[in-house]
Ligand binder design. Structure first.
Ligand code: SF4
Length: 384
């Protein structure tokens, strides 16, 4: 995850470099249930509106929470499917809060009516994230449900009015990129606290004409818009105390692209931000972010559902997570990682960390090949 807002704060008010802060354990994104009331086009968990066999029971979930606490996991992102369809979701959530986890709910928002919001509020989630794929009809088409957008937006408004910290999560594709400016306006108009921009796990078209590639250009335009918008909010934060967070996910080249934005806007801050970006270090799948699925299988992150490193029914989470006899985990945990192609030769490798390994693996079969989703030109990564 790339926290744009933090870097914008650094531009406005630089802080000393200091030692890098290492989180005590990984953030765990936990897909507690695969059932969902929607059947979205891009769903990584391939959910459906039916019960799936073999999911962790309440008692098993509680046992895993104890494992996670022992391993010093700081945060649980409770997800699905649609987590609100799990009958024990509030029991699990209350226990998570009671154990001191930062507890977030990741929902499609359609089930959050006034009665449901009361329950959500009673838990006091630290964060409620709702996915929107665009405005109105665009969202409904992606979600394959007429009226889904209105329901999700109503859920967002209820959570906001209940005083919960609420965010919109948006995954950009060729079919919804036109809605990004409108969504940013919605976030502004509705007083949403956070905007999470997720890059599509796009495999790209290889090295040729990377800068002119329509999809890469679309990404560059989106990032320019996000950086400009986030900077405007940073100015508002300083002047009026208005706080809004912007983060991105699934493309760690964003950190490098920020340097090029800085070169145009604040060249005098370039070196300081470069040092902060080096401390961030780019991709952290398999290190600072973990995923547990509905069956208890552990994955290096949510994009690695086809690769299991163990099951919490058989081994404690900490044992699974620290086991580098698994070649993928050994590679992900290596510092620095060994990545080939243009990533291996990239002048900014120490910032980006070679980006998203699952894209390389899916396109080439080699998890250590260059990331085909890099949208920077050869000039920008110092190859020519
Ligand atoms: S070439 Fe690879 S390491 Fe360099 S910015 Fe692009 S994705 Fe990151």
């Amino acid at each position: 995850m790339f926290r744009i807002s933090q870097f914008m704060q650094e531009i406005a008010a630089p802080t000393p470099l200091g030692p890098a802060r290492k989180p005590p354990g990984p953030v765990v994104i936990w897909n507690l249930i695969r059932r969902c009331n929607l059947t979205c086009k891009h769903c990584y968990s391939i959910s459906a509106d039916k019960d799936f066999a073999g999911e962790l029971s309440t008692a098993e979930v509680f046992g895993v929470m104890d494992q996670l606490k022992a391993f010093r996991v700081p945060a649980l992102i409770l997800s699905g499917g649609e987590p609100l369809l799990r009958p024990d979701i509030f029991e699990i959530s209350a226990r998570a809060k009671g154990m001191g986890f930062f507890t977030a709910l990741s929902s499609n928002g359609t089930l959050i009516d006034a009665a449901m919001c009361e329950k959500v509020k009673a838990i006091g989630y630290d964060y409620v994230g709702v996915s929107l794929d665009g405005l109105g009809a665009t969202h409904d088409k992606f979600r394959r449900m007429a009226g889904a957008f209105d329901k999700s937006l109503a859920g967002i408004r209820l959570c906001r009015d209940a005083g919960l910290k609420v965010g919109v999560r948006y995954t950009m594709t060729q079919d919804n990129h036109q809605d990004l400016p409108g969504l940013l306006k919605l976030v502004e108009d509705e007083g949403v606290d956070r905007f999470y921009f997720s890059h599509l796990n796009y495999a790209g078209r290889g090295n040729k004409n990377r800068k002119d590639d329509a999809l890469h250009q679309m990404t560059r335009n989106a990032m320019d818009l996000l950086f400009d918008t986030c900077w405007r909010y940073e100015e508002m934060r300083q002047q009026r105390g208005i706080v809004k967070e912007f983060t991105t996910g699934n493309n760690d080249a964003d950190g490098v692209y920020l340097l090029y934005w800085l070169q145009r806007r604040f060249p005098e801050k370039l070196e300081h931000i470069r040092q902060k970006l080096l401390q961030w270090g780019g991709n952290s799948s398999g290190v600072n972010v973990a995923n547990i699925d509905n069956l208890g299988n552990v994955h290096p992150d949510t994009m690695w559902w086809h690769y299991t490193i163990g099951n919490v029914r058989e081994r404690a989470f900490g044992e699974i997570w620290n086991d580098v006899s698994d070649p993928l985990m050994a590679g992900l945990k290596a510092q620095p990682r060994t990545v080939g192609g243009r990533c291996g030769a990239c002048a900014h490798f120490a910032i980006c960390g070679g980006n998203t390994r699952v894209r390389a693996q899916q396109l080439t079969g080699d998890a250590w090949a260059e990331d085909p989703g890099c949208y920077l030109s050869d000039e920008e990564i110092g190859l020519v």
